[in-house]
Design a protein around this ligand. Structure first.
Ligand code: NFD
Length: 318
């Protein structure tokens, strides 16, 4: 069941994530352009077609990493041109949803409700989600393996730059979904996460009124972390140090409902009655009980009718 949260190295979630050792995603250009046109023409509320040129975006993107192999290089400045072109501006008023260790559920939440927007619902995040890429000297891309460590890789640099932009654009109330039931030994709030290192420091304290922390909990496991305790306490303090108000919610209903739409047969998602009839063993037992009850009632009626008849007969003889 462990459906709730995706992770990038060890954790137990059931979604595939980008692995750093894999090579560049095959057909990356076609995927990039397809996603870009899909987004600017069909996905965004106001069509961005005409305002965003997908081929020029792809060219800018490719120029940054193709034919280059060096790790440790700071590509962020080179991505500037790309991010200038894709910048949606401050569109995520009260809607920004950051996540850490909770990729899948955060995306289920944002796709099921207009109240939330994740980075992957914006143009750069939509284009790059789950893609892997790295360059290779003279050959363009390396389709076999991307060996740089995340922090020194082009992929990591891309996501950091995307996170900076998304955080800077957040306004009003913002949300962060963390996992209160991680099974990989990591805390719900990791100091080295992109949220901690990049997104939180780039929130504009003048524009962000409040951060709402959602401590999501898998359906089938006891919560390990809670608001005001352990790593969540650290997270709350760090947000307050940025002069931003913070509210924290344990096992929030919005997350619970998203999980229940995915796992409607989990016992926490069922009413008492549906729980009783849940599995075939219970159903069998209830069939036997119902059969016995009907039998007992029929017997009782027969006995009553017989007594009544006997009484009548007896009174006739009197
Ligand atoms: P996470 P987070 N090594 O769940 N975002 O707070 C490798 F190999 O821990 C979105 O770091 O949460 N991969 C995406 C890593 C990527 C490493 C990054 C690492 N050391 C950031 N650290 C995205 N859509 O892919 C991170 N990753 C990769 C933005 C790995 O693919 C989102 O706006 C993992 O699945 C969100 O608010 C993913 O990053 C926040 O930063 C997330 O790692 C989540 O970054």
């Amino acid at each position: 069941m462990n459906a709730l949260f995706a992770c990038f190295i060890l954790a137990s979630a059931n979604f595939a994530v980008v692995s750093c050792s894999a090579g560049t995603t095959a057909n990356i250009k076609a995927i990039f352009l397809g996603r870009c046109y899909d987004y600017v023409q069909l996905k965004s509320n106001v069509s961005l077609l005409g305002r965003k040129n997908c081929s020029s975006l792809y060219q800018t993107f490719e120029d940054v990493f193709s034919n280059k192999t060096t790790c440790k290089t700071d590509y962020s400045a080179k991505f500037d041109g790309f991010f200038k072109q894709v910048d949606p501006g401050s569109t995520s008023n009260n809607k920004a949803l950051f996540w850490s260790g909770t990729k899948n559920v955060a995306h289920s939440l944002s796709s099921s409700s207009d109240a939330y927007i994740t980075l992957e619902d914006t143009l750069p995040g939509y284009i790059a989600n789950n893609l892997n890429f790295c360059g290779e000297n003279t050959k363009g891309f390396n389709y076999v393996s991307c060996s740089c460590h995340w922090n020194e890789s082009q992929l990591g640099t891309f996501w950091r730059a995307a996170s900076v932009q998304f955080a800077k654009n957040a306004r009003g109330v913002v949300h962060v979904l963390v996992n209160g039931t991680r099974r990989d030994g990591e805390p719900a709030f990791r100091n080295t996460s992109t949220f901690a290192e990049v997104e939180l420091p780039n929130l504009n304290a003048k524009e962000v009124k409040e951060v709402k922390i959602f401590v999501g909990v898998d359906l089938d496991i006891k919560p390990k972390e809670k608001c005001g305790k352990e790593s969540i306490k650290t997270m709350q303090k760090l947000i307050e140090q940025r002069d931003i108000k913070v509210k924290c919610f344990d096992d929030p209903r919005v997350v619970f409902f998203v999980l229940c739409t995915k796992y409607p047969r989990d016992h926490r998602c069922m009413t008492v009655l549906t729980r009783l009839f849940k599995d075939s063993d219970n159903l069998k037992m209830w069939k036997i009980i119902a059969f016995c009850l009907i039998g007992a009632c029929t017997l009782l009626i027969i006995i009553l009718v017989t007594i009544l008849c006997l009484k009548r007969k007896y009174s006739q003889f009197k």
